[in-house]
Design a protein around this ligand. Structure first.
Ligand code: KIV
Length: 280
């Protein structure tokens, strides 16, 4: 392990106007591929719940789920900074619980920072986790753990009051010590304004090109999750279609005895098999 992208690199990248790249991963092989591709940061997001575990939303993901998947991602990562998502209710029951749970993600999972959703109302938790030595990434705008409050996946911050709240939240999260903040599905001009106002980098998802970095759910970007595709996603590949075609080719090969061939099989001396045949 020589993970070398750090929170200082987040801040430096913003100063240098170098865009920060973040992708999600939930397992060892994907993490390894993203890391070898040169990604700055791998987020083990609680999008895990939907794109890997098959839940309707992120609210069913547990601490144990997160730790299990963070461990796998950390094993596959050398360069990128691994950030682990704090799951629903793991930071909602008091500052003590939030520090304990953030510490579990770091100590048991092995990630180097955590992400949590929410603004002013979680500034005490962000401050306490940071004070414990764990860097915190904030997450504002459309925050998926609050889907039952929002009443569905909706762009946030379009009204004056909505925009004011996100700006106040962004300033509060920065003030509490967060090293970066995800802005999810807010209007691009609002995201540009917040990016200008903050000294910490903004990482956009569905929030336009003026954010200091971008994050996307890898399973959406490579077409592995096919249940639905949000408007903000750019699809770089159709891995799901490739897997489906490969499975069809495999079924056909097995049934028509095209696979395995002798090249995929192991040899035995003829005299050994002759003796075996005589014996049984
Ligand atoms: O869970 C996740 O993958 C996330 C990103 C979409 C930012 O929070």
């Amino acid at each position: 392990m020589d993970n070398n992208f750090t929170t200082a690199d987040f801040i430096r990248s913003k100063k240098d106007r170098r865009k920060i790249t973040v992708l999600t991963a939930y397992d060892y092989p994907t993490a390894k591929i993203l890391d070898e591709a040169g990604i700055d940061c791998i987020l083990v997001g609680d999008s895990l719940g939907m794109v890997v575990l098959g839940y309707q939303d992120t609210t069913k993901v547990t601490m144990e789920d997160m730790i299990h998947h963070i461990k796998a991602v950390v094993r596959g990562t050398r360069h990128a900074m691994v950030v682990g998502d704090m799951p629903f209710t793991s930071y909602h029951t008091g500052v003590g619980d939030s520090v304990r749970n953030a510490a579990r993600l770091v100590m048991e999972g092995g990630c180097r920072a955590v992400k949590l959703e929410g603004g002013e109302e979680f500034k005490d938790e962000i401050r306490a986790i940071t004070r414990a030595g764990i860097p915190v990434m904030g997450h504002l705008g459309y925050t998926p753990q609050s889907i039952n409050i929002f009443g569905g996946h909706k762009v946030q911050g379009k009204t004056i009051e909505g925009a004011r709240k996100i700006i106040r939240d962004a300033l509060a999260v920065q003030e509490a010590g967060a090293f970066a903040v995800v802005l999810e599905c807010i209007p691009m001009k609002l995201a540009a304004f917040i990016s200008e106002k903050l000294s910490i980098p903004t990482i956009g998802i569905g929030s336009g090109m003026e954010c200091d970095g971008q994050v996307i759910v890898t399973h959406d970007a490579v077409g592995l999750f096919r249940d639905f595709s949000p408007k903000h996603v750019k699809k770089y590949a159709n891995v799901g279609d490739l897997i489906e075609q490969s499975a069809k080719d495999y079924i056909n090969d097995v049934q028509s005895k095209l696979f395995p061939t002798t090249g995929n099989s192991f040899k035995i001396d003829d005299e050994v098999i002759d003796i075996i045949r005589r014996e049984f």
